[in-house]
Design a protein around this ligand. Structure first.
Ligand code: 5RP
Length: 81
């Protein structure tokens, strides 16, 4: 399974949690694909094995934050300034 990670606090918290699960043996050690160098550095620092996106045909799940959420629970990207 290939997971993708964007950058930001949502991706960072997700990486930390996945790192905890891997290091406690509760999640199989796999290779994860970061989208951005900031996320790559974070994953390396907590010893999550990485691949590059070019070596996989598709991403099973992408973890990304939203910049805004309205009352209808619609998520908005790209308005962070
Ligand atoms: O799109 C992003 C970065 O390109 C972030 O996911 C978005 O800005 C939300 O950030 P955060 O998870 O820190 O609230």
């Amino acid at each position: 399974m290939v997971l993708g990670f964007d950058t930001g606090s949502t991706a960072a918290h997700s990486l930390d949690r996945i790192g905890d699960l891997i290091h406690r043996g509760e999640l199989a050690r796999r290779h994860w694909d970061p989208y951005l160098t900031e996320t790559e550095a974070h994953a390396s620092a907590i010893d999550i094995p990485l691949n590059d996106l070019g070596s996989h045909p598709g991403v099973f799940l992408s973890i990304n934050g939203s910049n805004e959420v309205d009352l209808g629970l619609n998520l908005v990207k790209g308005r962070s300034g």
